[in-house]
Design a binder for this molecule. Structure first.
Ligand code: PLP
Length: 356
């Protein structure tokens, strides 16, 4: 049976990417891509192509560098204040990832939570906050993977804007110039686990008075073109193939169009179907992680729906434990067909269970 992968991360990857990777693992100009020296010309061309695709797809202006590091977004939670926090940092608390990021900043200096939506289990994006103008930077999480909320608009910020875009990078056009630093784990929309992307404007670095260990210092990674130490080669290779696939599919504009379409279909069904209800505030709903539960009167049917969906090939739709219910993650490589199949499941389940 065909499997429809709605997993929240690691994410579904296109068949073309898997095939190219399998091939390169067996034979990449004579050796396995896993065996070649990262200092070889062959590898350097993979790195160059990957960097070029990032710059091209996101239209990254001069003055910014793209880094491929290890450690995941979670390591950047600490690297960012290490590199940028001199006196004060400001954070928008929109979920567990955002608050984990802020927790690391506290180690390095005064950390202000500008606003939080914790009061309603992070089901909305706080509005009407102001960023302290004496902060070294303001940190946001553009897509809240667990709760299915998203900030889909770039905005002007009076201080350096830092964004965790782990789960929505390359799914919409972004105005990079509004941001000082963008980072994330690749494993939601642009590749496998193991590589962390960082897009950083060079002029924000070197402003803190503390001494930075080499592996923490973004300037060292810029200078060494992400090869200060052995890079996570296979993860970078897969990411490069994924970016190639995005480009061949029509670029970011196409990714955005598909994301919107998938979300409209699924939210449409959640609103229509009398069994289900969405958990996120409508105007803040994510295109990526679509969270829903069963209405109060059908609550006892959640386990049955999970089984029903599983038997029809749906994978990874269990909601995060802090929200419950269901979460359909609709990342770049998820075919529209999978969304139609999930909708069909919901409709069939409704027919069986909504006999009044
Ligand atoms: C998954 C995720 C993370 C954690 O990423 P790691 O690479 O596992 O450290 C951080 N932020 C967001 C928004 C995420 O979705």
């Amino acid at each position: 049976m065909k499997q429809h992968n709605f997993g929240a991360g690691p994410c579904i990857l296109p068949q073309q990417v898997l095939d190219a990777t399998a091939k390169a693992i067996i034979n990449f100009n004579g050796l396995s891509v896993l065996e070649i020296s990262h200092r070889s010309k062959d590898w350097e061309s993979v790195m160059d192509e990957c960097r070029t695709l990032w710059k091209e797809l996101l239209n990254i202006p001069d003055g910014y560098h793209v880094l491929f590091l290890a450690g995941g977004a979670s390591t950047m939670f600490l690297n960012i204040p290490y590199n940028l926090l001199e006196k004060k940092a400001a954070y928008l608390d929109t979920g567990v990832w955002a608050s984990k990021a802020a927790k690391e900043a506290v180690i390095f200096g005064e950390t202000v939570i500008v606003a939080s939506s914790k009061d309603k289990n992070y089901s909305y994006i706080p509005k009407g906050w102001t960023v302290p103008t004496d902060a070294d930077y303001f940190h946001i999480t553009t897509n809240n993977t667990i709760y299915g909320t998203e900030i889909r608009q770039d905005f002007d910020c009076p201080v350096n804007l830092v964004a965790d875009m782990s789960s929505d990078i390359m799914t919409r056009k972004i105005d990079i110039s509004k941001y000082a630093l963008i980072y994330g784990g690749a494993q939601k929309n642009v590749g496998p686990a193991g590589v962390t992307f960082v897009i950083v404007r060079e002029d924000i670095l070197g402003k803190v008075s503390r001494t930075l260990p080499s592996m923490i210092d973004y300037r060292i990674h810029i200078k060494n073109e992400s090869m200060y130490n052995t890079p996570p080669v296979i993860s970078i290779f897969v990411m490069k193939e994924m970016l190639k696939w995005i480009k061949e599919s029509g670029g970011i504009e196409k990714m955005e169009e598909l994301a919107k379409k998938r979300a409209e279909i699924l939210y449409g069904e959640i609103e229509r179907n009398p069994l289900f209800v969405g958990t996120a505030n409508k105007e803040d709903r994510s295109y990526m992680n679509i969270c829903f539960v069963m209405k109060e009167e059908f609550k006892d049917k959640e386990a049955a729906f999970m089984e029903f969906a599983k038997s029809r090939g749906m994978v990874g739709i269990k909601g995060h434990r802090s929200v419950g219910g269901f979460r359909a993650s609709c990342y770049n490589a998820l075919p529209i067909e999978s969304v139609h199949e999930l909708v069909k499941c919901m409709q069939e389940f409704e027919k069986i269970n909504n006999k009044k």
